[in-house]
Design a protein around this ligand. Structure first.
Ligand SMILES: Nc1ncnc2c1ncn2[C@@H]1O[C@H](COP(=O)(O)OP(=O)(O)OP(=O)(O)O)[C@@H](O)[C@H]1O
Ligand SMILES: [Zn+2]
Length: 714
């Protein structure tokens, strides 16, 4: 059996949610097709297929036959890694002026036919409604063709079917002008939907626009202008004031301030000096910089963000799935109702056939679920793209919905509420000298990536101490590290662990307690069965941490700090921030704490993604913090690219705004349908108004969703 391959296509011409269902249904009927995922908002099709049984050509022509245009895109998830840098395939055709799109031409042709029919019937009144009959029929041809193809491919009740039946029905009851107007308005509506949908996709395009196009490459004494995508790792680039940084890299020479808003959403300029990392797409403010390139165009942080947002938009949120299921019976039900409206009043209440056929046809037009189906994905896609521009990355609609419903936010301490750069502030000798204790601790920590370990090594180096070699190092997460140094085993770890091992004397324990009550983290250094010293470290709170906690509280959320640090230091820090806390938690205790918090509602866990991946994964939604690091982008369902804790509050606000936007949209879509149903049955609404109600709702809903692109959290 041949393996299924995952193909990705870009689909043009898809504007209403039911288009997606139509393509999905048609492709599922092909042999060897396992999974089909169509996203209207991302204009994408993902299909996993056994290519021996159905070729990609067949899939393409199937989609084209349904009235769309399928373009083969690169492999899934790789859309921004395709090596072409900025020359993306993002809706090239969406950039065409509307009158040159297929929908624009349809609208213009049917409008012209309608005008012609009107003119002819003025000049030749004896022809009666015939000019309109011709106009309606000609304009109906492309619609009817799509209705037939859809029906042959498993979607008998498409909007095109509804339209065709309604228009033919209107002709049958001698309402030719009305039929022509309805077909024309349908074409206009499709055109408007298309424009609205491409506006919705513009969110990602705006991100793509931030990707730099050109670079000034330094070759010896010469500076040459080349496409940014031609830079390779190790190239040296000149970035003048006002230029965009062409690719991720490290500053070699020069001092400047850089606006990193495109990457982190942070609008304050960030100072850069030699050694600092700069990101592609950020804008150099004042000084001239020479940058050594560390990543190619397709690997840049900004390229990854774009890819991530595209993939996120292509996944469906739970609400969207629910609505799709709902619409599957909504349309047939509304058609059934239309039939009842046509036959019951004349049969039972002696109604006039013509009147009720007319009203039944209007009900038929209301049966289109487009506005309803597009309501959720349009809002989510806008929110995802809008969030990304503010440094708030969410990897899909599901995570966004969860974030909007979260009741508790749990925070890791180190690197999340604090800057994650603890410094050694005190060294106390217990047995031997201070320097000996510090040097031995540093020896053990040299193999450790723990922030406390790094701080200890840095301090030993700063004091110019000779650091002995260590062998056979082993780390116990949440407790400490051990290794053989010189003649004995040295353990560096929490005082609690030292106490358990019986190393901590009463006097030493008092020292520890005193240091800890000042909010310091104390690490005990033991050699064999004696305690040789204590090292006290202190981390700085992030500047906006307490403001962020206050905002979360104002949002009605419970915020709680989970830490492995000692109870006294934790209490001091939590007190300063005004937040609940649990201390001395081992990694597995953190998981248990999250499970317990989840009993009261969905929980978001915020961490720096370095040591807390399991905790992030066990929460309802994991949020990684930390300036565009790879880890942050990969470990969690959401990521804050700026270093601001208040990004969490922004994220919750955006998610909540998205949920209420969706509610408004669903209400609008269903409300308008209900309104027109009543108006039609009462005989107030003519056919053409029913079609306006449908496309009008789609346009309104999309326009409302677009507001999320520019959402500003308060
Ligand atoms: N490499 C190490 N060197 C020294 N002490 C360590 C080390 N690893 C863990 N410890 C001890 O274990 C305690 C808790 O470990 P750790 O800091 O990894 O927990 P954490 O839950 O990640 O903390 P936080 O919530 O502050 O991020 C530390 O306060 C320290 O006393
Ligand atoms: Zn529709």
């Amino acid at each position: 059996m041949a393996a299924a391959s995952a193909l990705k296509f870009r689909i043009e011409g898809m504007d209403c949610g039911s288009c997606a269902a139509k393509i999905e249904t048609a492709l599922r009927r092909l042999p060897g097709v396992a999974e089909v995922e169509v996203s209207v908002t991302a204009a994408s099709l993902l299909v996993s297929v056994d290519e021996d049984r159905t070729s990609r050509e067949t899939i393409r022509s199937k989609v084209n036959a349904l009235g769309f245009r399928a373009l083969e895109a690169s492999a899934p998830g790789a859309s921004a890694h395709d090596g072409h840098g900025h020359d993306h395939d993002h809706g090239a055709s969406d950039d065409r002026p509307w009158w040159r799109t297929a929908k624009g031409v349809n609208a213009l042709v049917s409008g012209a036919l309608l005008a012609l029919a009107w003119g002819v019937s003025l000049v030749e009144p004896q022809w009666a409604g015939w000019p309109y009959v011709v106009a309606a029929l000609v304009a109906l041809v492309p619609v009817a063709r799509r209705a037939v193809v859809g029906a042959l491919n498993g979607t008998p009740f498409s909007i095109e079917t509804l339209m065709t039946v309604a228009a033919l029905g209107a002709l049958a009851i001698d309402e030719a002008p009305e039929a022509a107007v309805v077909v024309f308005l349908f074409a206009v509506g499709e055109l408007l939907e298309g424009i609205a949908a491409s506006r919705a996709r513009a969110g990602v395009k705006a991100l793509v626009a931030l990707m730099p196009n050109v670079a000034r490459r330094i070759r010896g004494d010469a500076v040459e202008t080349v496409p940014a995508s031609e830079l390779v790792i190790g190239d040296l680039a000149l970035v003048r004031p006002g230029d965009r940084v062409p690719s991720d890299g490290v500053v070699q020479e020069g001092v400047s301030e850089v606006d990193e808003a495109p990457i982190t959403g942070e609008s304050r300029p960030v100072p850069k000096a030699p050694g600092a990392t700069v990101y592609a797409g950020s804008v150099n403010a004042n000084g001239e910089l020479r940058v050594a390139i560390t990543r190619t165009a397709s690997d840049n942080t900004i390229a990854r963000i774009v890819a991530l947002v595209e993939d996120a938009q292509a996944t469906k949120a739970p609400t969207a799935r629910f609505i799709e299921r709902f619409s599957r019976w909504y349309t047939p039900a509304a058609m059934g109702l239309a039939l009842l409206v046509i036959v019951l009043p004349p049969l039972l209440a002696d109604g006039d056939w013509r009147t009720w056929i007319y009203r039944g046809l209007a009900v038929l037009l209301i049966a289109c679920p487009c506005a309803l189906v597009i309501s959720t994905p349009a809002a989510i896609a806008s929110a995802l793209a809008g969030g990304a521009r503010r440094g708030l990355l969410v990897k899909g609609g599901a995570a966004l919905e969860t974030l909007g419903r979260v009741t508790t936010i749990a925070f890791d301490k180190t690197g999340t509420l604090t800057q994650g750069r603890p410094r050694v502030v005190d060294v106390a000798a217990i047995d031997g000298s201070e320097d000996e204790a510090l040097a031995k601790a540093a020896a053990v920590e040299r193999g450790s990536s723990h922030p406390l370990g790094r701080a200890i090594v840095e301090e030993a180096e700063a004091r110019g101490l000779p650091i002995p070699n260590a062998f056979g190092g082993a780390a116990a997460p949440g407790k400490g590290v051990t290794a053989r140094v010189l003649s004995g085993f040295v353990t560096v770890g929490s005082p609690r662990q030292a106490a358990e091992k019986g190393l901590l004397t009463a006097a030493a324990a008092e020292r520890v307690a005193a240091l800890e009550s000042e909010g310091k983290t104390v690490v005990a250094v033991g050699e064999g069965d004696r305690l040789i010293g204590l090292v006290a470290l202190q981390d700085t709170l992030r500047p906006d941490a307490s403001e962020a906690m206050a905002r979360l509280k104002a949002q009605g959320l419970r915020a709680i700090m989970l830490t492995g640090d000692n109870a006294r230091a934790a209490a001091a820090i939590a007190g300063a921030l005004g937040v609940e806390h649990r201390a001395e938690l081992l990694p597995q205790d953190k998981l248990a704490a999250i499970a317990e918090l989840r009993r009261d509602g969905p929980v978001a866990m915020v961490g720096d993604g370095v040591n807390d991946a399991p905790a992030l994964a066990s929460a309802s939604v994991g949020v990684a913090m930390g300036g565009g690091t790879d880890v942050a982008l990969e470990t969690a369902e959401a990521a804050l690219l700026s270093d601001r804790v208040s990004g969490v509050a922004d994220l919750v606000a955006l998610s909540r705004a998205t949920l209420s936007n969706i509610h408004v949209n669903v209400g609008l879509a269903l409300g308008l349908k209900a309104l027109f149903l009543v108006a039609t049955l009462a005989g107030w609404a003519p056919l053409w108004m029913a079609i306006l109600a449908d496309t009008g709702a789609t346009v309104l809903v999309t326009a409302n969703a677009l507001r999320l692109l520019r959402y500003e959290p308060a």
